[in-house]
Design a protein around this ligand. Structure first.
Ligand code: MG
Length: 369
């Protein structure tokens, strides 16, 4: 070997070594940051000043039916409670009836929490969670999770192993899956805005590889991922009507500029072929507020979160299936998302910034979220 050839080889080896070293020092996705202090900054239990009927349950039609202020979804003895606290940003609640617990994400703390409703016990279910956001449950009782820093949708199997459901479309990485629902046929529908790659607080900053922020459907048999809606600014929370003939999808595009929507859209669902048709605006939010999460009850009413706007609007709104406002639940923090739980599915769990809130209702959540 001559000297020139030897030097060239050495230089090439050094380049390889340098590349490997640089890869080895990259921040691991899902890295856990500084812990949140474990002291409870907010008191648990019924909110201060609660007296029946709870003034936080406000009817849009005071003359209607029963309940405090006529809100038909509440009896007079139901009040809003704070059941857990100490999170940086609580999101994506899902209820597991067999275990009687709620799982929800604490996105900046990179963990999934578990609240057991039998004794109020709170613990960490998974950390790091890859900055998980939305969670839901499939018909087999398995956890489905959207991950910001994983940029994927996963399923936690009954043996605890994790299966990747979707991480790419058209050969390119997803943006940052945000929220998911599972239909009766096993198809998984999820939204893919860019919130989870916008910085290092709720994920890992990165440039989007997808041209658009789509809503996707994953086929239950083939595992094929297809776009079902591509005209959202930032698609976010979503849920089916109880008969699954309609899909509600939030657009929180207003966060990207005042010209953008802050509303819920509703589609007709063609399950054969997996399509969304007949898009309509279902409900506009009072800007600058946005709605991040949405759930239906068995009567087809639509319950959505409200936050980031006027503090008087922070909380939950209830609508008829026709889009008529029924009433509001006022929460003392910005609200991200909600789910029905409890053994009778009549307890509404609400993720509000640093705390998990709950209130019994006179309705029952649709069988699956
Ligand atoms: Mg969301």
């Amino acid at each position: 070997m001559n000297r020139r050839k030897f030097l060239a080889m050495t230089a090439a080896a050094a380049a390889v070594t340098a590349k490997a070293a640089s890869a080895a020092t990259a921040i691991p996705p899902g890295q856990t940051g500084a812990p949140t202090p474990s002291t409870a900054p907010l008191p648990l239990g019924p909110l201060p000043g609660s007296r029946y009927p709870d003034s936080r349950l406000e009817s849009a039609k005071p003359a209607a039916t029963f309940g405090p202020n006529g809100f038909p979804a509440f009896a007079g003895t139901m009040a809003v409670e704070r059941v857990a606290t100490g999170f940086r940003w609580a999101e994506g609640p899902v209820y597991f009836p067999a275990g009687r617990y709620v799982l929800f994400s604490d996105i900046p703390n990179n963990r999934i929490m578990r609240f057991s409703e039998d004794d109020g016990h709170l613990s960490v279910y998974r950390q790091p969670s890859m900055n998980s956001n939305g969670n839901t449950i499939d018909r087999e009782g398995r956890l489905i999770t959207c991950e910001h820093s994983g940029r994927r949708v996963t399923r936690t199997e009954l043996d605890g192993s994790i299966t990747v459901i979707a991480d790419k479309y058209n050969g390119k990485r997803l943006n940052s899956p945000n929220d998911a629902v599972v239909a009766a046929d096993g198809s998984i529908w999820f939204t893919d805005p860019v919130y989870g790659i916008g910085g290092f607080y709720e994920g890992i900053k990165a440039d989007p590889e997808q041209e658009k922020r789509n809503v996707y459907r994953v086929d239950p048999k083939s595992g094929e991922i297809r776009v079902v809606a591509d005209d959202f600014v930032e698609p976010n929370g979503l849920c089916f009507s109880p008969d699954e003939k309609k899909l509600y999808v939030c657009d929180t595009g207003f966060t990207d500029g005042p010209q953008n929507p802050s509303h819920i859209r509703v589609f007709d669902v063609e399950h054969v072929g997996g399509k969304l048709v007949n898009s309509k605006v279902f409900a506009d939010m009072p800007k600058p507020a946005i709605t991040d999460g949405v759930r239906c009850d068995t009567g087809g009413r639509v319950w959505c979160s409200v936050g980031w706007g006027d503090p008087n609007e922070d909380g939950v709104r209830g609508y008829t299936a026709e889009g008529e406002l029924l009433g509001k639940i006022h929460i003392p923090e910005t609200v991200a998302n909600l789910c029905f739980g409890g053994q009778q599915r009549n307890r509404l769990y609400i993720c509000g910034s640093t705390s998990l809130y709950a209130v019994y209702t006179s309705v029952q959540g649709a069988l699956k979220p």
